[in-house]
Design a protein around this ligand. Structure first.
Ligand code: PEP
Length: 250
């Protein structure tokens, strides 16, 4: 089955509004004839600046997180209602920095996933093992568990708005990339899990991105693998010159 390639840039906590506008404009120009699906996820305070630049282009607007509740006494959090108002289409959830720096667990991430889907967003659910888990031979089990728990209670009809990003924690921002073969094996196991939960056809349709030091010079080799359907890119998404070669990989 042929799935679209989907390349997403996670800008994390980088850029001022002027810098974000400049990057967004450069990406709109650079990717306007790109053949794949694209998304950028600027920090919350940049979204209003970037939204009008991306409007009507082939680049979707993403956010990097949301609160698990619609509204209320949640100091410092950002609500799905606030993101919707700004034109956000996709929310990245369960990023390893949220899991491991801010102690988000699978149950919390699952609440966010369900809330974002209920409000009509596309969700990129990130999963991935830590180095000691890979070395201990349990990478597949960790990713399968995070996938199952992250999707708990997600209705089959909402699954088409879910994308999974496999991001081995030891590869994020470190310059170390999983080999295409190792990444593909995990992607295949995630696809099997989705297939077990929602039926084989749903597993086949699931877009699974790889993330972890993706660069222009390794993107094509990763994406050549049968189960790798795109990339979630951190560091290399911060400049048009480094993101465009990934986004337009041949
Ligand atoms: C990420 O933060 O999702 C990521 C994959 O970062 P990097 O590309 O910098 O490893």
């Amino acid at each position: 089955m042929s799935r679209p390639y989907y390349i997403a840039g996670n800008w994390k906590m980088h850029k001022t509004r002027a810098e974000a506008a400049e990057l967004a404009r450069a990406l709109v120009e650079g990717l306007k004839d790109g053949k794949h699906r694209y998304l950028v996820a600027p920090g919350f305070t940049l979204i209003e600046t970037v939204a009008p630049i991306l409007k009507g282009t082939n680049i979707r607007l993403g956010a990097q997180n949301c609160a698990p509740e619609e509204q209320g006494a949640h100091t410092g959090e950002v609500s799905v209602l606030q993101l919707k108002e700004l034109g956000v289409q996709t929310i990245i959830l369960g990023h390893s920095e949220r899991r491991h720096v801010y102690s988000e667990d699978d149950a919390l991430i699952n609440r966010k996933v369900k809330l974002a889907l209920a409000h009509g967003f596309e969700v990129i659910l990130c999963v991935g093992e830590q180095l000691h888990e890979r070395e201990g031979g349990i990478a597949e089990g960790i990713c399968e568990g995070q996938t199952t728990k992250g999707l708990d209670g997600v209705a089959p009809g909402d699954l088409e708005r879910v994308v999974i990003a496999y991001e081995p924690v030891w590869a994020i921002g470190t310059g170390k990339t999983a080999t295409p073969e190792d990444a593909d094996a995990i992607h295949a196991s995630i696809r099997r899990v989705v297939g077990k939960l929602y039926g084989e056809a749903a597993g086949e349709r699931m877009i699974i991105q790889y993330g972890g030091s993706v660069k222009g010079d390794n993107a094509a080799r990763l994406m050549a693998k049968a189960n790798i359907d795109g990339a979630l890119v951190g560091g290399a998404s911060l400049k048009a010159e480094t993101f465009a070669p990934i986004a337009k990989f041949a």
